[in-house]
Ligand binder design. Structure first.
Ligand code: ASP
Length: 403
């Protein structure tokens, strides 16, 4: 019998999970452990995967000149697409005005809000770890990436004997990590079944969320759709000269996983797999751009930050001047860069935007109820943009792709 392709298995698991979550919400506890186990497996590989991937990526890019060029393109792509996403959100939130006339019933408190009140300068400073092993233990992704980039770069600066040995070593470690990752990925359908059944059983009262929240969600959603299905495909077509539909098909397993797990970092192994094996981007480019993108490039989150902040302003009846809106755009970009690739990270980062434009932090209570659902959509968009970036950069480097 021919084995069913992984993305079909995932899609079937996804649909079955929705049915299961709706029909047997009380029995979800018997299957949710599969989701937990799957996430544990993914989390287990993230740090060694990111570390070995970035270091081997940089050593393979080789010369400082190449690295500078690819790094520069990557950065430009990340900032450009995130800013385009934010502007799309800004247009829709000003046009639809989801918060105007909203009923305020704010009382909830949010875990982790206190921790994020740190200034943006402080967050940037913390990227340089005082103890790299503590950074590993505490999952400080930006610090880990920072160290990996430095380590990789300075391998290329050592004398031949060391450079060749370390390059081989990290390539080998990366190879092993990919193998372990592929092993975990085999269990994606079961994992997604557990995760989605749980999410559905916890949100079975969707209609209760009310129309205001519905309009707010629709605003974020429309913005995300426009960005994913118009803006990014245009970039793919005209800058990358690739067929957006083919590329979408190539990476859809990663997108469904991003949607289900709400975590760009947890999805990273599948993203690398899809972009490399299906879209045909070289390991040299994916191993550098994708781990970076999973933490830094979040178009969906950026758009969401802006719309959510504007929604809160509208709901409080606070008029934001053009200057305040420009500050909101800028801080939404920074918040998306700073957000970790884990579920609900964007919700915590929104305090940066709110405090920058003088909105009450309690406003977060307003968007809390629907955040988990929006998180799924924005994470899928985050990962979609990462894959588009890798393809576009590979194309501009003259690579021949399969899409
Ligand atoms: N969950 C998102 C991600 O991992 C981040 C966010 O909360 O916006 O990409």
């Amino acid at each position: 019998m021919k084995k069913l392709k992984l993305h079909w298995q995932i899609l079937i698991a996804f649909i079955l999970a929705i049915v299961f979550g709706l029909l047997f919400p009380n029995h979800v506890k018997y299957v949710s452990w599969m989701g937990d186990l799957f996430l544990r497996g993914l989390k287990m590989v993230i740090i060694p995967l990111i570390l070995s991937s970035i270091i081997s990526g940089i050593t393979n890019i080789g010369t400082a000149e190449n690295l500078g060029r690819i790094g520069f393109k990557t950065l430009i792509y990340y900032i450009l697409t995130s800013t385009l996403a934010i502007i799309t959100g800004l247009l829709f939130v000003n046009f639809i005005k989801p918060g105007v006339g909203a009923d305020l019933g704010l009382s909830q408190t949010i875990d982790g809000l206190g921790a994020s009140r740190e200034s943006f300068g402080g967050t940037m400073l913390n990227i340089v770890p005082t103890n790299i092993f503590a950074a590993f233990v505490e999952n400080k992704m930006l610090s880990i990436i920072f160290f990996a980039v430095l380590f990789g770069f300075f391998i290329t600066q050592t004398k031949n004997k060391h450079r060749i040995f370390l390059t081989d070593l990290f390539n080998s470690i990366f190879d092993v990590m990919l193998k372990i990752t592929m092993f975990v990925i085999k269990f994606t359908p079961l994992g997604i079944f557990g995760i989605i059944a749980k999410v559905v059983s916890e949100h079975s009262n969707l209609s209760e969320l009310g129309t205001r929240m519905g309009i707010y969600m629709a605003t974020v959603f429309i913005g995300l759709v426009v960005h994913s299905f118009i803006t990014l495909p245009l970039l793919l077509k005209f800058i990358g000269k690739v067929n957006p539909l083919k590329h979408f098909n190539a990476v859809k397993t990663a997108l469904i996983t991003a949607f289900s797990t709400s975590s760009s970092s947890a999805t990273l192994p599948l993203t690398i797999d899809a972009v490399e094996n299906n879209s045909g981007v070289s390991n040299k480019i994916t191993s550098f751009t994708l781990p970076l993108g999973a933490t830094v490039n979040m178009d969906g989150t950026a758009l969401y930050e802006l719309v959510a902040a504007m929604f809160i302003a509208q709901a409080y009846g606070i008029h934001l001047s053009i200057t305040a809106q420009i500050i909101a755009v800028f801080t939404a970009l920074l918040a998306s860069i700073g957000a970790a690739g884990i579920p609900m990270a964007g919700l915590v980062m929104i305090t940066i935007v709110l405090s920058a434009i003088g909105l009450p932090l309690e406003g977060v209570g307003l968007i809390l109820a629907v955040d988990r659902i929006l998180d799924m959509f924005r994470t899928a968009v985050n990962v979609w943009s990462d894959t588009c970036g890798a393809v576009i950069i590979a194309k501009t480097e003259g690579e021949k792709l399969k899409v």
